[in-house]
Write a protein that binds this ligand. Structure first.
Ligand code: G3H
Ligand code: ZN
Length: 283
């Protein structure tokens, strides 16, 4: 069965590794992610954004994640990514999600606390874990775009009080990463991660994990990051592979001819992230 993130995040924080949230966008993503995790015996999180949920349909989303859990026997969480309301979170929980993120970062601070608290109360009553977000993460995800200069970093004192008042199981704070690929390199504020992580018992979540240099990922984990989200790198791997094949072979028409190599490319991406995050052999 699908499990709450509390099945593996406390161990991640204690032993200084991070569990990957790999976003699911279709069947090939679901298959590639679980295949990589099975090879490396790693727990993982299927992240599903509201846009991806609309694309796949909630029934197919849950069925694919449950099939992966059954087939692999791994601890897998099915997690709503950047949930925008209490209603969406409850809809996902009722459908079988084992974890939800409420992204109240665009609300004023006190309002974010109040809304997050309500979701934590309802979710915890059903054994479902919750991720909250503070500060704004730059870049574009689905249709949500945040200008780089508007991406304001989380303030440590505010993040600590946010945790204390809401009781979230994982805390996403803006520390300099952005959704999508980077034109240069991100400027990660490790001091913010360290300060907040040292003061709270749950791990910090790093969003925008695609394109972050390996060394920066390692330093972030050492500072207190225990969950890292990756989506764009898998999207790029899939699309580049397909583009390459259909460009070279104008006669190809069987989707399996290009989706099989595309899926293989994603398996490689996910395997490299699992090894980098150190979650291999932690299932
Ligand atoms: O919530 C999802 C992630 O933060 C994905 O970010 O597409 O830059 O890997 P990414
Ligand atoms: Zn994100």
């Amino acid at each position: 069965p699908l499990v709450s993130m509390n099945e593996f995040l406390p161990k991640a924080k204690a032993n200084k590794f991070a569990v990957g949230q790999f976003n699911m966008n279709n069947l090939e993503f679901a298959q590639a992610i679980v295949e990589a995790a099975m090879e490396l015996k790693s727990p993982f999180i299927y992240g599903v954004s509201e846009g991806a949920l609309k694309y796949m349909g909630i029934e197919f989303t849950v069925a694919m994640a449950e099939a992966a859990a059954k087939k692999s026997g791994l601890p897998i969480a099915l997690h709503l990514d950047h949930g925008s309301s209490f209603e969406v979170a409850m809809k996902c929980i009722r459908a079988g999600f084992s974890s939800v993120m409420f992204d109240g970062s665009h609300h004023p601070y006190e309002e974010n606390i109040k809304l997050t608290k309500e979701i934590v109360k309802a979710a915890h009553a059903m054994g479902v874990s919750v991720e909250g977000e503070l500060g704004t993460i730059g870049g574009v995800e689905d249709d949500i775009s945040v200008e780089e200069e508007n991406a304001n970093l989380a303030k440590p004192e505010e993040a600590i009080r946010f945790y204390e008042e809401t009781g979230v199981d994982a805390l996403a704070i803006a520390v300099g990463t952005a959704h999508g690929m980077y034109s240069g390199e991100p400027n990660i504020h490790y001091d913010i991660i360290e300060k907040v992580s040292a003061a709270i018992p749950v791990p910090i979540v790093l969003h925008g994990g695609s394109g972050v240099p390996d060394e920066m990922i390692k330093k972030s984990i050492a500072a207190g990051v225990g969950k890292i989200n990756v989506n764009t790198e898998n999207q790029v791997a899939m699309t580049e592979t397909i583009r390459d094949i259909v460009t070279k072979d104008q006669k190809v028409y069987d989707p399996r001819k290009y989706l099989t190599p595309a899926r293989k490319a994603m398996v490689e991406v996910v395997k490299s992230k699992i090894l980098l995050f150190g979650s291999n052999n932690q299932a």
